[in-house]
Design a protein around this ligand. Sequence first.
Ligand code: AMP
Ligand code: MG
Length: 406
Amino acid sequence: MVSFEEARTIILACARPVGIERVHLLEASGRVLAEDLAAPWDLPLWDNSAMDGYAVRWQDCTTTPCTLRVTGFLPAGARAGGISVEAGCAVRIMTGAPTPEGCDAVVPVEETDDGQQVVTLHEPVTKGQHIRSRAEDVTAGVIFARSGTRIRPPEVNMLAGFGMALVPVYRRPVVAILSTGDELVELGCTPGPGEIINSNTLSLAAAVREVGGIPRIIGIARDNRESHREKLGEGLRADVLITSAGVSAGDCDLVRDVLEELGAEQKFWKIAIKPGGPTAFAMYGSTPVFSLPGNPVSTMITFEEFVRPALLRMQGYQQVFKPLFKAVLREPLNKKPGKVQIIRLRLEKERGGWLATSAGNQQTAMLKTMVDAQAIAVLSAESTHFAAGDQVDVHFYGNHIEMESP
Ligand code: AMP
Ligand code: MG
Protein backbone atom coordinates (compact mmCIF):
# COMPACT_ATOMS: atom_id res chain seq x y z
CA MET A 1 0.00 0.00 0.00
CA VAL A 2 1.32 3.46 -0.93
CA SER A 3 0.20 6.92 0.15
CA PHE A 4 -1.63 9.38 -2.11
CA GLU A 5 1.59 11.36 -2.60
CA GLU A 6 3.79 8.29 -3.13
CA ALA A 7 1.41 7.01 -5.79
CA ARG A 8 1.63 10.32 -7.67
CA THR A 9 5.41 10.42 -7.40
CA ILE A 10 5.83 6.87 -8.69
CA ILE A 11 3.44 7.47 -11.59
CA LEU A 12 4.98 10.76 -12.68
CA ALA A 13 8.48 9.27 -12.56
CA CYS A 14 7.23 6.76 -15.19
CA ALA A 15 5.31 9.20 -17.39
CA ARG A 16 7.45 10.37 -20.32
CA PRO A 17 6.46 12.09 -23.56
CA VAL A 18 5.71 9.52 -26.25
CA GLY A 19 7.27 11.48 -29.08
CA ILE A 20 7.18 14.63 -31.14
CA GLU A 21 5.30 15.37 -34.33
CA ARG A 22 4.94 18.39 -36.58
CA VAL A 23 1.38 19.58 -37.07
CA HIS A 24 -0.05 22.35 -39.19
CA LEU A 25 -0.64 25.58 -37.31
CA LEU A 26 -4.39 25.16 -37.82
CA GLU A 27 -4.25 21.96 -35.73
CA ALA A 28 -1.75 23.25 -33.19
CA SER A 29 -3.94 25.07 -30.70
CA GLY A 30 -4.33 23.13 -27.46
CA ARG A 31 -1.17 21.15 -28.17
CA VAL A 32 2.11 21.54 -26.29
CA LEU A 33 5.24 22.93 -27.94
CA ALA A 34 8.06 20.41 -28.01
CA GLU A 35 10.90 22.83 -28.83
CA ASP A 36 11.97 26.34 -27.89
CA LEU A 37 11.13 28.63 -30.80
CA ALA A 38 13.38 31.56 -31.76
CA ALA A 39 12.21 34.54 -33.77
CA PRO A 40 13.57 34.23 -37.33
CA TRP A 41 13.39 37.99 -37.80
CA ASP A 42 12.65 41.21 -35.96
CA LEU A 43 9.05 42.03 -35.12
CA PRO A 44 8.15 44.46 -36.53
CA LEU A 45 10.61 44.09 -39.36
CA TRP A 46 10.71 47.84 -40.11
CA ASP A 47 9.71 51.09 -38.41
CA ASN A 48 6.07 51.71 -39.23
CA SER A 49 3.17 53.95 -38.46
CA ALA A 50 0.82 53.16 -35.56
CA MET A 51 -1.85 55.56 -36.89
CA ASP A 52 -3.52 56.82 -40.03
CA GLY A 53 -2.11 60.34 -40.37
CA TYR A 54 0.97 62.22 -41.48
CA ALA A 55 4.63 61.32 -41.26
CA VAL A 56 6.51 64.46 -40.19
CA ARG A 57 9.85 65.78 -38.97
CA TRP A 58 9.34 66.65 -35.37
CA GLN A 59 11.54 69.78 -35.50
CA ASP A 60 9.15 71.25 -38.12
CA CYS A 61 6.22 71.03 -35.72
CA THR A 62 7.36 72.91 -32.63
CA THR A 63 4.68 75.59 -33.02
CA THR A 64 0.96 74.90 -32.68
CA PRO A 65 -0.85 75.11 -35.03
CA CYS A 66 1.63 74.44 -37.81
CA THR A 67 1.22 73.97 -41.53
CA LEU A 68 3.13 71.55 -43.77
CA ARG A 69 3.11 70.72 -47.46
CA VAL A 70 1.94 67.19 -48.25
CA THR A 71 4.40 65.58 -50.69
CA GLY A 72 3.50 61.90 -50.77
CA PHE A 73 1.23 59.05 -49.76
CA LEU A 74 2.15 55.72 -48.09
CA PRO A 75 -0.73 53.25 -47.77
CA ALA A 76 -0.30 49.92 -45.90
CA GLY A 77 1.65 47.55 -48.12
CA ALA A 78 3.57 50.40 -49.78
CA ARG A 79 7.35 50.53 -49.84
CA ALA A 80 9.00 53.56 -48.28
CA GLY A 81 12.00 53.38 -50.62
CA GLY A 82 12.46 56.64 -52.54
CA ILE A 83 9.99 58.54 -50.37
CA SER A 84 11.28 60.90 -47.71
CA VAL A 85 9.97 63.72 -45.58
CA GLU A 86 11.71 66.95 -46.55
CA ALA A 87 11.94 70.03 -44.31
CA GLY A 88 8.54 71.71 -43.94
CA CYS A 89 6.75 68.75 -45.53
CA ALA A 90 4.60 65.78 -44.49
CA VAL A 91 3.79 62.42 -46.10
CA ARG A 92 0.31 61.06 -45.73
CA ILE A 93 0.64 57.60 -44.16
CA MET A 94 -1.67 54.73 -43.17
CA THR A 95 -1.41 52.39 -40.14
CA GLY A 96 1.22 49.70 -40.66
CA ALA A 97 2.94 51.44 -43.58
CA PRO A 98 6.73 51.81 -43.29
CA THR A 99 7.77 55.25 -42.08
CA PRO A 100 9.70 57.20 -44.74
CA GLU A 101 13.23 58.55 -44.51
CA GLY A 102 13.41 61.67 -42.32
CA CYS A 103 10.20 60.90 -40.40
CA ASP A 104 10.53 60.93 -36.62
CA ALA A 105 6.87 61.34 -35.63
CA VAL A 106 3.43 60.48 -36.95
CA VAL A 107 0.52 62.85 -36.41
CA PRO A 108 -2.89 61.14 -36.29
CA VAL A 109 -5.36 62.43 -38.84
CA GLU A 110 -7.73 63.35 -35.96
CA GLU A 111 -5.20 65.98 -34.81
CA THR A 112 -5.13 67.70 -38.22
CA ASP A 113 -7.47 69.32 -40.76
CA ASP A 114 -7.10 66.20 -42.97
CA GLY A 115 -5.60 68.35 -45.77
CA GLN A 116 -4.58 66.79 -49.07
CA GLN A 117 -2.10 69.32 -50.48
CA VAL A 118 -1.40 71.26 -47.32
CA VAL A 119 -2.07 70.03 -43.80
CA THR A 120 -2.50 71.96 -40.57
CA LEU A 121 -1.62 70.23 -37.30
CA HIS A 122 -3.50 71.56 -34.29
CA GLU A 123 -1.92 69.54 -31.46
CA PRO A 124 1.63 69.60 -30.10
CA VAL A 125 3.89 66.84 -31.48
CA THR A 126 6.39 64.79 -29.48
CA LYS A 127 9.45 63.17 -30.99
CA GLY A 128 8.91 59.52 -31.89
CA GLN A 129 5.15 59.57 -31.33
CA HIS A 130 3.02 56.90 -33.03
CA ILE A 131 5.98 55.11 -34.58
CA ARG A 132 6.41 51.38 -33.96
CA SER A 133 10.15 50.79 -34.08
CA ARG A 134 11.79 47.83 -35.71
CA ALA A 135 12.24 44.92 -33.19
CA GLU A 136 10.27 46.82 -30.54
CA ASP A 137 8.06 43.73 -30.04
CA VAL A 138 10.53 40.85 -30.53
CA THR A 139 14.19 40.89 -31.60
CA ALA A 140 15.43 38.28 -34.08
CA GLY A 141 16.91 35.29 -32.27
CA VAL A 142 14.93 35.77 -29.05
CA ILE A 143 13.04 32.69 -27.81
CA PHE A 144 9.40 33.75 -28.07
CA ALA A 145 7.79 30.47 -26.93
CA ARG A 146 9.32 27.75 -24.81
CA SER A 147 8.98 24.00 -24.98
CA GLY A 148 6.17 22.92 -22.63
CA THR A 149 3.97 25.89 -23.55
CA ARG A 150 0.36 25.14 -24.38
CA ILE A 151 -0.39 26.70 -27.75
CA ARG A 152 -3.20 29.24 -27.58
CA PRO A 153 -4.42 31.82 -30.10
CA PRO A 154 -1.65 34.31 -29.14
CA GLU A 155 1.05 31.71 -29.85
CA VAL A 156 -0.73 30.80 -33.11
CA ASN A 157 -0.72 34.46 -34.11
CA MET A 158 2.99 34.89 -33.48
CA LEU A 159 3.91 31.59 -35.15
CA ALA A 160 1.87 32.61 -38.18
CA GLY A 161 3.50 36.05 -38.18
CA PHE A 162 6.86 34.34 -38.38
CA GLY A 163 5.70 32.13 -41.24
CA MET A 164 5.90 28.91 -39.21
CA ALA A 165 3.25 26.65 -40.75
CA LEU A 166 4.44 23.41 -39.12
CA VAL A 167 4.79 23.35 -35.37
CA PRO A 168 6.73 20.77 -33.30
CA VAL A 169 4.38 19.44 -30.61
CA TYR A 170 4.30 16.45 -28.30
CA ARG A 171 2.36 13.51 -29.68
CA ARG A 172 -1.01 12.76 -28.11
CA PRO A 173 -0.78 9.37 -26.37
CA VAL A 174 -3.03 6.56 -27.62
CA VAL A 175 -4.79 5.27 -24.52
CA ALA A 176 -6.25 1.76 -24.57
CA ILE A 177 -9.36 1.37 -22.43
CA LEU A 178 -10.41 -2.06 -21.22
CA SER A 179 -13.27 -2.97 -18.90
CA THR A 180 -13.42 -6.32 -17.16
CA GLY A 181 -16.31 -8.31 -15.72
CA ASP A 182 -18.89 -10.95 -16.59
CA GLU A 183 -21.71 -8.63 -15.51
CA LEU A 184 -21.04 -6.12 -18.29
CA VAL A 185 -22.97 -5.61 -21.51
CA GLU A 186 -22.16 -2.96 -24.08
CA LEU A 187 -24.08 0.27 -24.59
CA GLY A 188 -27.00 -0.48 -26.90
CA CYS A 189 -27.83 -3.82 -25.27
CA THR A 190 -30.58 -4.20 -22.68
CA PRO A 191 -29.05 -5.50 -19.47
CA GLY A 192 -30.57 -8.79 -18.29
CA PRO A 193 -30.80 -9.89 -14.65
CA GLY A 194 -27.49 -9.25 -12.88
CA GLU A 195 -26.09 -7.35 -15.83
CA ILE A 196 -25.06 -3.68 -16.06
CA ILE A 197 -24.01 -1.52 -18.98
CA ASN A 198 -20.27 -1.00 -19.42
CA SER A 199 -20.40 2.70 -18.63
CA ASN A 200 -16.78 3.00 -17.48
CA THR A 201 -15.40 2.55 -20.98
CA LEU A 202 -17.46 5.51 -22.16
CA SER A 203 -16.58 7.81 -19.29
CA LEU A 204 -12.90 6.87 -19.44
CA ALA A 205 -12.87 7.61 -23.17
CA ALA A 206 -14.45 10.99 -22.46
CA ALA A 207 -11.90 11.74 -19.73
CA VAL A 208 -8.99 10.69 -21.95
CA ARG A 209 -10.21 12.88 -24.79
CA GLU A 210 -10.78 15.84 -22.48
CA VAL A 211 -7.15 15.75 -21.41
CA GLY A 212 -5.77 15.44 -24.95
CA GLY A 213 -5.27 11.66 -25.29
CA ILE A 214 -6.63 9.47 -28.09
CA PRO A 215 -8.88 6.75 -26.65
CA ARG A 216 -8.70 3.27 -28.17
CA ILE A 217 -11.53 1.10 -26.92
CA ILE A 218 -10.55 -2.52 -26.40
CA GLY A 219 -13.92 -3.73 -25.11
CA ILE A 220 -14.60 -6.16 -22.27
CA ALA A 221 -12.38 -8.86 -20.80
CA ARG A 222 -14.52 -11.62 -19.27
CA ASP A 223 -13.69 -13.02 -15.85
CA ASN A 224 -11.42 -15.81 -17.12
CA ARG A 225 -7.68 -15.91 -17.83
CA GLU A 226 -8.05 -16.61 -21.54
CA SER A 227 -10.14 -13.49 -22.15
CA HIS A 228 -7.89 -11.36 -19.91
CA ARG A 229 -4.78 -12.55 -21.78
CA GLU A 230 -6.25 -11.68 -25.15
CA LYS A 231 -7.66 -8.27 -24.22
CA LEU A 232 -4.83 -7.12 -21.97
CA GLY A 233 -2.36 -8.20 -24.66
CA GLU A 234 -4.21 -6.03 -27.15
CA GLY A 235 -4.31 -3.09 -24.75
CA LEU A 236 -0.59 -3.26 -24.04
CA ARG A 237 0.13 -2.29 -27.65
CA ALA A 238 -1.06 1.30 -27.00
CA ASP A 239 0.98 4.10 -25.38
CA VAL A 240 -1.00 3.75 -22.15
CA LEU A 241 -3.43 1.10 -20.88
CA ILE A 242 -6.26 1.81 -18.49
CA THR A 243 -8.34 -1.07 -17.15
CA SER A 244 -11.37 -0.87 -14.90
CA ALA A 245 -12.47 -3.43 -12.28
CA GLY A 246 -11.05 -6.83 -11.47
CA VAL A 247 -8.29 -5.39 -9.34
CA SER A 248 -9.64 -5.92 -5.80
CA ALA A 249 -9.17 -9.09 -3.79
CA GLY A 250 -12.19 -10.94 -5.24
CA ASP A 251 -12.10 -14.46 -6.71
CA CYS A 252 -12.52 -13.13 -10.24
CA ASP A 253 -10.00 -10.29 -9.94
CA LEU A 254 -7.44 -11.39 -12.50
CA VAL A 255 -6.08 -8.15 -13.91
CA ARG A 256 -2.87 -7.89 -11.88
CA ASP A 257 -2.10 -11.57 -12.20
CA VAL A 258 -2.45 -11.72 -15.95
CA LEU A 259 -0.61 -8.41 -16.45
CA GLU A 260 2.32 -9.89 -14.57
CA GLU A 261 2.14 -13.06 -16.64
CA LEU A 262 2.31 -10.89 -19.79
CA GLY A 263 5.47 -9.18 -18.53
CA ALA A 264 4.23 -5.99 -16.85
CA GLU A 265 6.13 -4.90 -13.77
CA GLN A 266 3.86 -3.88 -10.91
CA LYS A 267 4.94 -0.61 -9.26
CA PHE A 268 2.27 -0.56 -6.57
CA TRP A 269 -1.08 -2.03 -5.61
CA LYS A 270 -3.47 -0.19 -3.31
CA ILE A 271 -3.34 3.46 -2.39
CA ALA A 272 -4.31 4.66 1.10
CA ILE A 273 -7.31 6.60 -0.24
CA LYS A 274 -11.06 6.34 -0.15
CA PRO A 275 -12.67 5.90 -2.60
CA GLY A 276 -10.32 4.26 -5.10
CA GLY A 277 -8.13 2.21 -2.74
CA PRO A 278 -7.56 -0.93 -4.85
CA THR A 279 -5.76 0.90 -7.66
CA ALA A 280 -2.71 -0.75 -9.21
CA PHE A 281 0.00 0.71 -11.39
CA ALA A 282 2.49 -1.18 -13.54
CA MET A 283 4.92 -0.55 -16.38
CA TYR A 284 5.07 -2.73 -19.47
CA GLY A 285 8.30 -1.57 -21.10
CA SER A 286 7.65 2.17 -21.45
CA THR A 287 3.85 1.73 -21.34
CA PRO A 288 2.18 2.85 -18.12
CA VAL A 289 -0.67 0.54 -17.07
CA PHE A 290 -3.34 1.89 -14.73
CA SER A 291 -5.64 -0.70 -13.20
CA LEU A 292 -8.49 1.25 -11.71
CA PRO A 293 -11.26 -0.09 -9.47
CA GLY A 294 -14.52 -0.84 -11.26
CA ASN A 295 -16.91 1.22 -9.24
CA PRO A 296 -17.66 4.13 -11.59
CA VAL A 297 -17.02 6.80 -8.94
CA SER A 298 -13.70 5.19 -7.98
CA THR A 299 -12.75 4.87 -11.64
CA MET A 300 -13.39 8.56 -12.30
CA ILE A 301 -11.75 9.82 -9.12
CA THR A 302 -8.60 7.76 -9.57
CA PHE A 303 -8.46 8.88 -13.21
CA GLU A 304 -8.74 12.51 -12.10
CA GLU A 305 -6.10 12.33 -9.36
CA PHE A 306 -3.59 9.87 -10.88
CA VAL A 307 -4.11 9.19 -14.60
CA ARG A 308 -4.88 12.74 -15.72
CA PRO A 309 -1.57 14.17 -14.43
CA ALA A 310 0.32 11.33 -16.12
CA LEU A 311 -1.40 11.91 -19.48
CA LEU A 312 -0.59 15.62 -19.23
CA ARG A 313 3.06 14.91 -18.42
CA MET A 314 3.21 12.52 -21.39
CA GLN A 315 2.15 15.46 -23.57
CA GLY A 316 4.92 17.69 -22.29
CA TYR A 317 3.18 19.65 -19.55
CA GLN A 318 5.21 20.55 -16.49
CA GLN A 319 2.25 21.81 -14.45
CA VAL A 320 0.04 18.71 -14.31
CA PHE A 321 -1.99 19.13 -11.13
CA LYS A 322 -5.04 21.33 -10.97
CA PRO A 323 -4.38 24.41 -8.85
CA LEU A 324 -5.69 24.14 -5.29
CA PHE A 325 -7.60 26.94 -3.61
CA LYS A 326 -9.28 27.37 -0.25
CA ALA A 327 -12.96 26.80 0.39
CA VAL A 328 -14.80 27.26 3.68
CA LEU A 329 -16.90 24.32 4.78
CA ARG A 330 -20.52 25.17 5.45
CA GLU A 331 -21.01 21.99 7.47
CA PRO A 332 -18.81 19.75 9.64
CA LEU A 333 -17.02 16.77 8.15
CA ASN A 334 -15.72 13.67 9.92
CA LYS A 335 -13.43 10.96 8.63
CA LYS A 336 -11.39 8.07 9.96
CA PRO A 337 -7.65 8.60 10.28
CA GLY A 338 -5.17 6.56 8.18
CA LYS A 339 -6.45 7.22 4.67
CA VAL A 340 -6.80 10.23 2.44
CA GLN A 341 -10.46 10.88 1.82
CA ILE A 342 -11.63 12.36 -1.44
CA ILE A 343 -14.80 14.39 -1.03
CA ARG A 344 -17.13 15.61 -3.76
CA LEU A 345 -18.30 19.20 -3.18
CA ARG A 346 -20.52 21.94 -4.48
CA LEU A 347 -19.24 25.50 -4.40
CA GLU A 348 -20.83 28.86 -3.86
CA LYS A 349 -19.16 32.23 -4.06
CA GLU A 350 -19.47 34.52 -1.08
CA ARG A 351 -17.68 37.81 -0.44
CA GLY A 352 -14.77 36.96 -2.70
CA GLY A 353 -14.30 33.49 -1.24
CA TRP A 354 -15.73 30.03 -1.80
CA LEU A 355 -18.19 28.17 0.39
CA ALA A 356 -18.30 24.39 0.06
CA THR A 357 -21.09 21.94 0.80
CA SER A 358 -21.20 18.21 0.24
CA ALA A 359 -22.40 17.37 -3.27
CA GLY A 360 -24.52 14.57 -1.75
CA ASN A 361 -24.15 11.12 -0.22
CA GLN A 362 -20.39 10.48 -0.18
CA GLN A 363 -20.66 6.69 -0.40
CA THR A 364 -18.58 5.36 -3.24
CA ALA A 365 -21.50 3.90 -5.20
CA MET A 366 -23.30 7.27 -5.44
CA LEU A 367 -22.83 8.33 -9.04
CA LYS A 368 -25.23 11.28 -8.81
CA THR A 369 -22.97 12.93 -6.20
CA MET A 370 -20.20 12.77 -8.80
CA VAL A 371 -22.46 14.32 -11.44
CA ASP A 372 -23.36 17.13 -9.04
CA ALA A 373 -19.80 17.76 -7.84
CA GLN A 374 -18.09 21.00 -8.85
CA ALA A 375 -14.96 20.52 -6.79
CA ILE A 376 -12.94 17.85 -5.05
CA ALA A 377 -11.21 18.06 -1.68
CA VAL A 378 -8.38 15.70 -0.88
CA LEU A 379 -8.44 15.42 2.92
CA SER A 380 -5.13 14.36 4.45
CA ALA A 381 -4.70 10.89 5.95
CA GLU A 382 -4.10 12.25 9.47
CA SER A 383 -7.14 14.57 9.55
CA THR A 384 -10.27 13.40 11.34
CA HIS A 385 -12.56 16.33 12.02
CA PHE A 386 -13.43 19.51 10.19
CA ALA A 387 -15.83 21.98 11.78
CA ALA A 388 -18.22 24.23 9.87
CA GLY A 389 -16.14 27.32 9.00
CA ASP A 390 -12.88 25.38 8.59
CA GLN A 391 -10.95 25.84 5.36
CA VAL A 392 -10.06 22.95 3.07
CA ASP A 393 -7.95 22.82 -0.11
CA VAL A 394 -10.05 22.03 -3.16
CA HIS A 395 -9.68 21.87 -6.91
CA PHE A 396 -12.32 22.26 -9.56
CA TYR A 397 -13.99 19.21 -11.01
CA GLY A 398 -16.29 19.24 -13.98
CA ASN A 399 -18.55 22.02 -15.16
CA HIS A 400 -16.84 24.97 -13.62
CA ILE A 401 -15.98 27.27 -16.50
CA GLU A 402 -18.47 29.91 -15.45
CA MET A 403 -17.09 29.78 -11.88
CA GLU A 404 -13.41 30.02 -12.68
CA SER A 405 -12.56 33.58 -11.72
CA PRO A 406 -12.70 34.01 -7.93
P1 AMP B 1 -15.11 -4.98 -9.27
O1 AMP B 1 -13.92 -4.07 -9.15
O2 AMP B 1 -14.99 -5.92 -10.40
O3 AMP B 1 -15.41 -5.63 -7.98
O4 AMP B 1 -16.35 -4.02 -9.58
C1 AMP B 1 -16.77 -3.08 -8.66
C2 AMP B 1 -18.12 -2.49 -9.02
O5 AMP B 1 -18.02 -1.73 -10.19
C3 AMP B 1 -19.20 -3.54 -9.30
O6 AMP B 1 -20.42 -3.06 -8.78
C4 AMP B 1 -19.23 -3.60 -10.79
O7 AMP B 1 -20.45 -4.03 -11.31
C5 AMP B 1 -18.97 -2.16 -11.17
N1 AMP B 1 -18.36 -2.12 -12.48
C6 AMP B 1 -17.30 -2.83 -12.86
N2 AMP B 1 -16.98 -2.57 -14.14
C7 AMP B 1 -17.82 -1.63 -14.57
C8 AMP B 1 -17.99 -0.95 -15.81
N3 AMP B 1 -17.19 -1.19 -16.85
N4 AMP B 1 -18.98 -0.03 -15.91
C9 AMP B 1 -19.78 0.20 -14.86
N5 AMP B 1 -19.67 -0.40 -13.67
C10 AMP B 1 -18.71 -1.33 -13.50
MG1 MG C 1 -15.52 -7.64 -11.44
